[in-house]
Design a protein around this ligand. Structure first.
Ligand SMILES: Nc1ncnc2c1ncn2[C@@H]1O[C@H](COP(=O)(O)OP(=O)(O)OP(=O)(O)O)[C@@H](O)[C@H]1O
Length: 857
């Protein structure tokens, strides 16, 4: 009988990540039924595949459900039947896939909570989606059921009344002060211990080695939060050395000015080192920081750690690859370690979902949302590194892969959830996650998360479920008060947003979720770093493929990522390159998640050294050794360009970004020019000509900017169109928090950096800047020098030629109020009529800018 049973399980279980029919809402319980599913095989181990799917087996299993033991742990093949229905009418059906009496296809149901309508669910007290071991091979059966007898015999038994009057009994053990359910054979008198000896569950004399690993249970309360079991991980599984090693320019990050605005910013003390006593980082966390080889903080981390620990909301903007992820993960994890798991009565009050392994409802403390699946996985990997041996459990949820596996992972508990919004919404709707304890909400790549594509989903997650509010909206929405039922103290949400770009109009949208926030920017909002050498090549559309091959043949060191506009073209270029015997692989949204993951894996490992991608790979991905980014098709907006080229030149490393340019890319010309200049990149003459050609016509067509448009209309035009290389757009250039420009103007010569928190800037003297900038490494501003030499301001020359940021715009501000007279474009394009090059407009622009800036707050 037992054998039959095991055979049967083999077929029923073994669901695979590639089982796409499981995706999203289509979750099949399939519990206690002889349902055969094709393509289930995530363990490559189907030894127990069922030959006999007969009714007999089903009933055998029903009658012997407590005999379901750990026999098949390695196979992930045991599906437990927690159902009381021994008279199942489905027994006759080989494929009867419902455990309910209504003959419906079995689906995952949200957990039952007190007061919930239980009708039509006679045989069903809690949903029992197929519970299996985790992705790490720690597969096990749960031997506890709902019989009125304690099959475990030897341990202290916990009895729970079910709503239908039956008593659920399961064994617990207490060890190191931890209580956890015991699995085991009936005759199991041995108790299992953490050190892997004498464990009483599993096959006699055998078992899963993975499961018996010698894990030390952390001494933190998180390890056993709400009586859950601790799942240890091996050091080598967590620290896989996939992320970027810091490069030679890492120290130069410190030369980038930091600007801090808004709530409580005077009290924020930057920290240079993770060991800084004011941070008071937990020892385990410090050990993990050491394991990832971080010895000092990057500028964004210097401030964000303090700000987040001060419980402020935050918008943090810093260049790509400058350590934003750790900038929010570390303070959140540290806070969690300091406070421990919250006390609540949720499980007591909803005792249906009391124990783990059995449809546990998860109560995460932090929720991190990311726009792409790959980025979510990457953040999850980072979170695992920092949570190592803390007992805090991060879980990742993303679309395109089996929701069942993700639900199973949630069963083991989740303290930090990293998710893409769509999948999270699905799971929230199932009631598997409750957010009323979520006191940290992080939007990574926040400008993307708040734009039109994701905005409705974010709003839904924040407002339609039970996530706590902040001081501003905490009392306006009943959902946000949900925590009051279960928690004594007030739970408030702290909202944190990070990105390398943050247009001003998105900042306005962001306010919906923020309360008393601090705005932290490292360098100009939306800028990129100078360690990426940006090249432009003029290529007509139909020559692009040939030019690409030439370029790749010239420069085929390290990994190269090629950005292409459409999915179809991505596949085309992939094939084209493969035909040219180049080692290319593609990633885009039309590929299955498996294909995407495989492509990324091959690329990361260098098996394929060329990745052709759409913008799905543009944000956040941190892959070491990407040496070259090629914009086969330039994007339509500069923010995407910044993110794309930011896949190289990370953590102080040097990289190359090449863009194919032709007249079709006119939308981005001005902003691209401004970016090149700001980063002291060489600007080819042909490009300047192109910019002039297209921008001039654009201006006359669109009544662009300061031309015919009254200055007042500038209000609300927050976009990067205000930026760029032309004349008075310098004043709008630092659009994110332009107050510093105004300050500079008012101070008539104060350096841009004056408002930053960087102490070196406080002196504000030209000599300081001169020396300092010189140190930071001789920028070749081919155009800037010429222009500024015409400036006739010796101070100005000093500043400009040695600009720490390669940003002539700033220097124009600081040196003179009539900055435009020194603008290089006036010189280079003196054939143009610059109606806006007069001081009057100039002043208007400034005040206008000031209003905008104040608006932003
Ligand atoms: N303090 C530090 N010391 C050394 N390396 C660091 C430090 N902080 C982060 N890094 C490394 O820098 C790399 C980039 O970090 P991260 O991915 O967080 O950048 P990011 O700012 O989020 O980039 P993006 O804007 O592209 O998302 C990672 O490999 C990370 O491990």
């Amino acid at each position: 009988m037992g054998n039959n049973m095991n055979k049967n399980r083999g077929r029923q279980e073994g669901l695979s990540a590639s089982d796409k029919s499981d995706d999203d809402n289509d979750v099949t319980n399939g519990v206690g039924v002889n349902k055969t599913r094709k393509g289930y095989n995530d363990n490559d181990n189907n030894d127990n595949e069922s030959k006999d799917m007969s009714n007999n087996n089903y009933n055998n299993r029903m009658n012997n459900r407590m005999d379901n033991r750990m026999d098949n742990r390695m196979n992930h093949n045991t599906r437990q039947n927690m159902n009381n229905n021994t008279n199942s009418q489905y027994g006759n059906s080989q494929y009867g896939n419902s455990q309910y009496n209504n003959n419906e296809r079995s689906r995952y149901k949200p957990p039952m909570v007190r007061g919930q309508d239980n009708s039509n669910n006679n045989n069903y007290n809690r949903p029992n989606y197929n519970r299996r071991g985790g992705e790490d091979g720690e597969s096990f059966n749960r031997g506890f059921g709902r019989d009125n007898e304690n099959k475990f015999g030897n341990n202290r038994a916990l009895k729970k009344d079910n709503e239908d009057g039956t008593v659920r009994t399961f064994a617990i053990e207490e060890e190191h002060g931890e209580r956890r359910p015991a699995f085991g054979r009936e005759d199991n008198n041995k108790r299992f211990t953490r050190d892997g000896q004498n464990r009483g569950f599993g096959r006699e004399g055998g078992g899963n080695n993975l499961f018996y690993r010698n894990f030390k249970v952390p001494k933190t309360a998180w390890a056993t939060r709400d009586n859950r079991r601790y799942y240890g991980e091996r050091n080598e599984d967590v620290y896989t050395n996939e992320s970027t090693e810091k490069g030679v320019n890492f120290e130069l990050y410190d030369s980038i000015p930091v600007d801090l605005k808004g709530y409580n910013c005077d009290n924020i003390v930057p920290v240079d080192s993770f060991q800084d006593s004011s941070l008071n980082l937990n020892e385990i966390l410090l050990a993990n920081i050491k394991r990832v080889n971080y010895d000092k903080t990057t500028p964004i981390q210097k401030y964000s750690l303090s700000i987040i620990m001060n419980k402020n909301d935050l918008i943090g903007v810093a260049q790509t690859g400058s350590g934003k992820t750790a900038g929010y993960l570390l303070p959140i994890i540290n806070h969690m370690l300091m406070t421990g798991p919250p006390n609540h009565t949720f499980y007591e009050e909803n005792n249906k979902s009391y124990n783990y392994y059995y449809n546990r409802v998860c109560l995460p403390i932090a929720l991190i949302l990311a726009p792409t699946r790959e980025l979510a996985v990457q953040i999850f990997c980072d979170a695992k590194k920092f949570c190592f041996e803390t007992g805090i459990k991060p879980v990742v949820l993303y679309g395109g892969s089996s929701i069942r596996i993700q639900l199973t992972n949630l069963d083991k508990g989740a303290d930090i959830i990293i998710a893409t919004p769509g999948r999270l919404n699905d799971i929230l709707e199932k009631g598997k996650i409750k957010l009323f304890l979520t006191s940290f909400l992080v939007l990574d790549e926040a400008d993307r998360m708040l734009d039109m594509g994701f905005s409705p989903q974010i709003r839904c997650i924040v407002n339609d479920f039970d996530m706590p509010g902040n001081d501003r909206d905490g009392h306006s929405n009943e959902n946000k008060l949900e925590y009051k039922k279960y928690v004594n103290e007030v739970v408030k949400r702290q909202t944190i947003m990070f990105s390398a770009t943050f247009k001003k109009e998105i900042q306005v949208l962001a306010k919906e979720y923020l309360c008393n926030y601090t705005f932290l920017s490292v360098g100009r909002v939306g800028s990129t770093n100078e360690y990426i050498k940006q090249n432009l090549i003029y290529v007509e559309e139909n020559d692009k493929c040939n030019s690409l091959v030439d370029l790749l043949n010239e420069n085929n060191n390290g990994l190269t990522i090629i950005f292409v506009e459409t999915k179809r073209k991505t596949s085309y270029i992939e094939r084209f390159l493969q035909n040219q015997r180049l080692n290319a692989v593609a990633i885009h949204g039309d590929k299955t998640q498996d294909e995407r993951e495989r492509a990324l894996k091959l690329f990361k490992k260098g098996v394929k050294n060329i990745l052709v991608a759409t913008d799905v790979a543009a944000r956040g991905l941190d892959i070491s050794n990407i040496k070259h980014v090629i914009n086969f098709d330039l994007p339509n907006n500069i923010d995407d360009y910044i993110h794309r080229i930011g896949r190289t030149g990370r953590a102080g490393n040097i990289g190359i970004a090449t863009a194919f340019v032709n007249g079709d890319n006119r939308n981005i010309f001005r902003d691209l020019l401004a970016t090149l200049e700001e980063c002291n990149q060489e600007v080819p003459h042909w490009f300047l000509n192109l910019v002039m050609k297209y921008t001039a016509s654009a201006r006359s067509n669109r009544n662009y900017r300061f031309g015919n448009k009254p200055m007042r209309n500038m209000r609300g035009n927050f976009s990067r169109n205000n930026n760029g290389g032309f004349g008075n757009n310098n004043y709008n250039n630092n659009s994110g928090f332009g107050n510093y420009q105004n300050n500079n103007m008012n101070n008539n010569g104060n350096n841009f950096m004056m408002n930053s928190m960087d102490k070196r800037n406080v002196n504000n003297s030209s000599n300081n800047n001169f020396n300092y900038n010189k140190q930071s490494g001789g920028f070749n501003n081919n155009y800037g020098n010429d222009n500024y030499n015409n400036n006739n301001m010796s101070e100005g020359r000093q500043y400009n030629n040695n600009n720490a940021f390669g940003n002539n715009h700033y220097n124009n501000h600081t040196n003179t109020n009539n900055a435009f007279s020194s603008n290089k474009f006036n010189k280079n394009y003196n054939n143009k009529k610059h109606e806006y090059h007069n001081n009057q407009n100039n002043q208007k622009a400034i005040s206008q800018n000031g209003e905008e800036n104040n608006d932003a707050w």
